[in-house]
Design a protein around this ligand. Sequence first.
Ligand code: MG
Length: 224
Amino acid sequence: MPHQRLLEFTTGERVPLGTIYCIGRNYADHIREMHAAREEEPVVFLKSPCAYVPDGGTIVPPRMGHVLHHEVEIVAVIGAVIHRVTTEQAQHAIVGYGVGIDATLRDVQQHAKERGLPWEKAKAFATSAPISRIIPSAAIPALEETEVGLMVNGQVRQQAVAKQMIWSVPELVMYLSQWFILEPGDVIFTGTPAGVGPLVPGDRVYAWLGEHVTLHVTVEHPPA
Ligand code: MG
């Protein structure tokens, strides 16, 4: 039996982790740094449950990847069953927010992009989704003004405010609900701002969502 994966709220409440949805290309400055195109609709992909790493954990990438990148992202947690809802209904279904790292094997992703192949090996490998503790939505009245950021070994690599997102979090949840049935415990990585860059074994990674919550992870070599 696999162990049960739990999201932990800052209140102490624990909720079983559901599906991990991810959004790509949601900040204009990140689209530019990737030389990517701005899309007319959100780019959506999923991560496997084994991608989840709680605060204090470790990213151990597969040996087949050679260029591991950090992507710091605001993570939203769903608290109700929703399907084909409005943006306002979507807003009400968000029970909390945290900060996460969409760990990406950039060389594997580039190989897939060039061949028109799926991204899962690059994006959904085991330990590719560290997520902080979750703050109840009510404790973040002004998400739009909240900063998200990431440091590696004490150096700031990424820093942005939520209002720089092309699609707001409720808009993303509304959009996802047109395609999927979202359920309590589902999490949504909402896209990364500019500043993505390499991680190597031994790196100490620190991410934050405003003053609300932090996330510490380290990077380790895969076993030989
Ligand atoms: Mg991402």
